[in-house]
Design a protein around this ligand. Structure first.
Ligand code: F6P
Length: 500
């Protein structure tokens, strides 16, 4: 039966029509227990869902939708490594990188490769990795794009100043400017290039790596560049053919999707910058969230509830976009990371069986770190002609607990969430009438997600939360969230164009 004809969908449609006059200010005022009821904890993360355009009945109907979509069965298949990525005929088993899978051989392989990668990172941090001339490597340039860049870049920045001695750079763009900047202060004899590419065939990454190797040779013509090149890939033969030494090549299985690969050796930059312990804490945080997703009852299951909200807003309120506003400068790369995670996963036009859909899927995901964003895009959020639900993502404690500006940061996030939800009703009455142009209507939804601290464990949990939320939406929409055929046409056209 077509999704939109199912009883669960139809019931939600009728309910949505009945909610036409729903007001968040009234819901929050008349039901003081609402905030407590919709505060959900997962792996130490706290989420306040009470500022959403939803009643208890909405949640009941959304949970029925998840039930009708056989969400528990799909979730079990995800964790069991079943080939749920139908078009590529393989599992989407990124959870096996942090939650030991039941397949002991897979668990052993994952563990062994992680140990190798972490030992390599620790060697670099200890100043024990030497280049061809015997000089200690002090600069690492990580070259990758999409999933081979965004996750490691996000987490490395999220954990603050690198604790090791290595100067670390990320390069993704084929625009030479980015690599030039990375190499500007570097010396060939002390520089290691790390080429990160699942397929080891991505043009931007290979061209940038070739350019970096050419720079090494130009600066030090007699240098054996094999000692200055490491590779992370699931195509080790291609890496070898490219010139990478197998001892400096780290692998992962092809069932790890690019945008889900930060937990694999692709995250080597995190370990180089912050150490093996931090990388393992990241995995533990994600594993704790995995356990929550598997075990928490549906009505307290945070990724499930967030995924349901995603569908609620896209399909029943017509929201074509969702904003993610990290109120933590260290999480500034979160919107870019989530853009790939959600839009590449769920930007799909056919169902799992290839039938065109008659409903919308992934919204546009966008955002910017607060409070900076308050002075650019929040005008649209408060008074634009259509609304975008907002995720506020912040920390309960930051680096310097006595710092007044950190208190201001958190208070700003809460003030914005209240302004969106309540509009004018949030203000103390002054008696003065406001002109229409100054009125903020409110009734605009948001979800407030708080990490206890912006540390490796919590960041791991937060990223796994968003991964599972994305998965839930894909299941509800009946799509394959784990392929990305749409990006192929650009690659083919480029080849065609270059061939003349
Ligand atoms: O072209 C899209 C894509 O395949 C992403 O899914 C992926 O994260 C990125 O390119 C990089 O791919 P690779 O790691 O194989 O270089």
């Amino acid at each position: 039966m077509a999704l939109t004809s199912t009883p669960a969908w139809q019931a939600l449609q009728r309910h949505r029509d009945a909610l036409a006059s729903f007001r968040l200010d009234a819901a929050l005022r008349d039901d003081p227990a609402r905030a407590g009821r919709w505060r959900v904890e997962a792996a130490g993360l706290h989420a306040d869902l009470s500022r959403n355009l939803a009643t208890d009945e909405t949640w009941r109907l959304l949970l029925a939708l998840a039930e009708a979509a056989e969400l528990p069965r799909w979730r079990q298949q995800l964790f069991a490594g079943a080939p749920i990525n139908g078009t590529e005929r393989r599992p989407a088993w990124h959870t096996a990188l942090r939650t030991a899978p039941s397949d002991a051989a897979v668990a052993r392989t994952v563990e062994a490769e992680r140990r190798r990668m972490l030992a390599f990172a620790e060697q670099l941090r200890a100043g024990q990795l030497r280049g061809a001339t015997g000089e200690v490597i002090d600069t690492v340039v990580c070259i990758g794009i999409g999933g081979s860049d965004l996750g490691p870049r996000l987490v490395t920045a999220a954990l603050g100043e690198p604790s090791g001695p290595i100067r670390l750079h990320f390069v993704s763009n084929i625009d030479p400017v980015e690599l030039d900047q990375a190499l500007a202060q570097a010396a060939p004899e002390t520089t290691l290039v790390v080429c990160i590419s699942k397929s080891f065939s991505t043009q931007e990454t290979l061209e940038n790596t070739r350019a970096a190797l050419a720079w090494l040779r130009a600066g030090a013509p007699s240098l054996d560049t094999r000692r200055h090149l490491a590779a992370v890939t699931c195509q080790p033969e291609r890496a070898r053919a490219f010139g990478a030494d197998p001892d400096l090549t780290f692998t992962f299985a092809d069932w790890v999707g690019g945008r889900y690969s930060v937990w694999s050796a692709c995250g080597v930059a995190i370990a180089i910058a912050h150490g093996a312990d931090a990388f393992e804490a990241l995995l533990r945080g994600a594993a704790a969230l995995d356990a929550h997703f598997l075990e928490a009852p549906a009505e307290r299951n945070l990724p499930l509830l967030l995924g349901l909200l995603g569908v609620w807003y896209v399909n029943f309120w017509g929201c074509r976009s969702r904003a993610v506003m990290p109120y933590a400068q260290r999480l500034r790369h979160l919107p870019a990371y989530l853009q790939q995670l959600e839009m590449e996963s769920n930007g799909k036009r056919v169902d799992r069986d290839g039938r065109p859909l008659d409903y919308d899927t992934s919204p546009v995901v966008w955002g910017e770190a607060g409070t900076t964003a308050q002075h650019s895009v929040f005008q649209f959020l408060h008074q634009g002609t259509f609304f975008a639900p907002v995720d506020f993502v912040t920390g309960a404690a930051f680096e310097r607990s006595d710092e007044e500006r950190e208190r201001l940061l958190y208070a700003n996030a809460l003030a914005q969430a209240d302004a969106l939800a309540l509009g004018e009703a949030a203000l103390k009455p002054t008696g003065a009438a406001k002109p229409e142009h100054a009125i903020v209507p409110g009734n605009r939804p948001s979800t407030f997600i708080t990490l206890p601290r912006i540390d490796a464990f919590s960041v791991g949990a937060a990223l796994a939360l968003y991964e599972h939320r994305t998965f839930v939406q894909g299941v509800l929409w009946r799509i394959n969230s784990f392929d990305q055929w749409g990006v192929e046409i650009g690659k083919l056209l480029l080849k065609q164009r270059l061939a003349g």
